[in-house]
Write a protein that binds this ligand. Structure first.
Ligand SMILES: [Zn+2]
Ligand SMILES: [Zn+2]
Length: 326
């Protein structure tokens, strides 16, 4: 089966790979898969991953073994971490924190930029017909956005600033708004600004934000994917406010900790989130993803697709669209 492979030298290539078998897991034919900021970071060396990237996908279960046979034929999305199920982390913090976990397309497990992938049935969520394939690609990042509302109590009228109008930032902004927060999006480019405005958000340019809006917000979220996003989030948060960190990138951030101590800031690291909430929000139309789609490409045009993704917006690859057999 065809797959886009990230080689150890950081380049991508289309390769022929053995088709996964239903050996205790479900084999999923991938209909569509989204390129996210994390994938672009993987190319720069984040997580030291080589293999098939891609962790935002929708597909149809084609094969499953034994008790899981009832999954065959169902249209699904998948949680991305697979824990051992036995260690202390798995039993308390969840499989996402298992020390020997694999993560689809990020750590020790091939991902979705391929015609097929495999995942245990416990990671799969069946989709209602009300969520179309393009929207379904957003379930994983929308879940990550919903995670913020699990970690921080969002009060109606709460002043929130989302730094970064990228794919994830605009999902987080919508989740916060749906829960009653008064949300402003901090943007860096005209394109980001028009996207945020199209979704009904007030925006402010990053340069102006640090001065005119300094220390105004109860909650700030860094969703830039850049090391300097944190500085902006820190400049905007009020004393005793909360900063949520959504950016994962390759490299380190120099950080001056004293201001955080003096202002008694709460820092919250935030990663994967609840798929059920995300599916519900998307199915009810409470999160609008369509303006975020920048392009849809077949697998063999992956190079073009990645190039497009670097310029912003959600780019979707379609490894095995429709119902044809490979
Ligand atoms: Zn992602
Ligand atoms: Zn474990």
């Amino acid at each position: 089966v065809r797959a886009v492979v990230l080689e150890t030298d950081g380049t991508l290539a289309l390769r022929d790979r053995p088709k996964p078998t239903a050996d205790g897991e479900c084999v999923v034919r991938v209909i569509a898969a989204g390129i996210c900021g994390t994938d672009l970071e993987l190319l720069r060396g984040y997580a030291g991953f080589s293999g098939v990237p891609g962790h935002e996908f929708v597909g149809v279960v084609e094969a499953a073994s034994g008790r899981e046979a009832n999954w065959v034929g169902r249209r699904v999305v998948g949680e991305i971490t697979v824990g051992c199920g036995e260690c202390a982390a798995c039993r308390t913090a969840g499989p996402g924190h298992c020390e020997v976990r694999t993560v689809v397309g990020i750590r020790g497990r091939d991902g979705a930029f391929a015609e097929y992938l495999s995942l245990p049935a416990r990671d799969l969520h069946a989709l209602p017909a009300s969520v179309d394939d393009v929207t379904a690609v957003f379930v994983e990042p929308a879940a990550a956005a919903c995670r913020v509302a699990e970690q921080v109590r969002i009060e109606p009228g709460m002043r929130a600033a989302v730094v970064g109008a990228g794919r994830l930032g605009l999902l987080v902004a919508q989740v916060l708004r749906n829960r009653g927060a008064d949300v402003i999006v901090v943007v860096r480019s005209g394109r980001a600004e028009s996207l945020a405005t199209a979704l009904g958000f007030k925006t402010v340019a990053v340069a102006a934000a640090g001065t005119s809006l300094a220390r105004r917000f109860d909650l700030t979220v860094d969703a830039t994917g850049d090391p300097d996003g944190f500085d902006t989030a820190q400049a905007l948060v009020r004393p005793r406010g909360t900063i949520v960190l959504k950016s994962t990138f390759h490299g380190e951030t120099p950080l001056s900790l004293s201001p955080l101590v003096v202002d008694e800031i709460t820092l919250v690291g935030s990663r994967c989130g609840p798929f059920d909430s995300a599916i519900e929000e998307l199915s009810a139309g409470r999160i609008n993803v369509k303006p975020l789609v920048a392009g849809i490409y077949p697998l063999d045009r992956f190079a073009e697709a990645f190039e497009r993704a670097r310029r912003g917006g959600k780019v979707i690859l379609t490894p095995a669209p429709g119902n044809e057999e490979s």
